[in-house]
Design a protein around this ligand. Structure first.
Ligand code: AMP
Length: 270
């Protein structure tokens, strides 16, 4: 597995540099018939990330994972500075999962001085998570487009856990004719039902116990009943969302930790 930190070295490794395509004998992605799968992440890997790596590994010749805590998708009051980071651990997990190339850029590498081009998926970015976190999806869409442009993947993998993110990225790909297949991978949960999330690390044992109301409420697949079951928590929203598939989605705060989750209302995806 290769770890690369700059856009230039990633392009070189993949053979996606338009100026130098195919000229680097060390490049791992220069097979013109080979397919590339991209898994964008912020690190702190858990079994949810592993499910994405596994899906990408099964369908592509080359798997690229990005590990980048994207400042542009965090608001002023979000948890950017305390977001868990452990590159060595993540690299070992990615290698074990069969990832071929890990891209670990700095914020300056992705947003160099003078950076001023942003992608805004307008309506989809204003509701639910977007209403609670203004600018979040602008950051997500921009970093995804930039990663797509650098990696030129055939397929990109996202978790159904972040259903609105999947909807925003699919809209981006459609609207800008990017020609990338977006795969949504079913939410991976702990045995007690809590969706795996890097943010679960912030929960105290008591908070974790209280957080179980979130998957329990969503499992009713009924917004009214879900709201009742969440009455003891600080609820941001509980809403039906007309994504593909439609979902019942919710966001709650447990202590200082904000958790989101959803259940698809069609198909057998959990
Ligand atoms: P993150 O590192 O939190 O940005 O997540 C990277 C990708 O993993 C995103 O596409 C998430 O939707 C996905 N993901 C996070 N948690 C889970 C989970 N519990 N099950 C499946 N996918 C997940």
């Amino acid at each position: 597995m290769r770890i690369v930190r700059t856009v230039a070295s990633l392009r070189e490794a993949l053979g996606t540099d338009p100026k130098a395509a195919g000229t680097d004998p060390e490049a791992v992605g220069t097979d013109p018939t080979g397919t590339r799968g991209l898994v964008p992440t912020m690190g702190a890997f858990h079994a949810g990330h592993l499910a994405l790596f596994e899906a990408a590994r099964a369908e592509n010749d080359l798997v690229v994972a990005s590990l980048f805590v994207n400042p542009a998708q965090f608001g002023a009051h979000d948890d950017l500075s305390r977001y868990p980071r452990d590159e060595d651990r993540d690299a070992a997990i990615a290698e074990q999962a069969g990832v071929d190339v890990v891209f670990v850029p700095t914020a300056d590498e992705m947003y160099p001085p003078g950076f001023q081009t942003w992608v805004d998926v307008e309506e989809l970015s204003r509701v639910l998570e977007g209403a609670a976190r203004p600018g979040h999806f602008r950051g997500v869409a921009t970093v995804c487009l930039k990663l797509f442009s650098i990696v030129r993947p055939h397929r990109a993998y996202f978790g159904q856990k972040d259903a609105q993110q999947v909807a925003v990225v699919r809209r981006l790909v459609r609207d800008l004719e990017l020609g990338i297949e977006i795969r949504a991978v079913a939410t991976v949960r702990d045995p007690d039902g809590l969706a795996l999330s890097s943010r679960n690390e912030y929960l105290s044992p008591d908070e974790r116990e209280r957080a179980l109301a979130l998957p329990q409420a969503l499992a009713t697949r009924d917004p009214e009943r879900a709201r009742e079951l969440l009455a003891g928590l600080d609820v941001d929203y509980v809403e039906l969302a007309d994504f593909d598939p439609p979902v019942l989605a919710a966001a709650v705060r447990v202590g200082s930790t904000r958790l989101i989750d959803n259940v698809p209302l069609e198909g057998d995806d959990q």
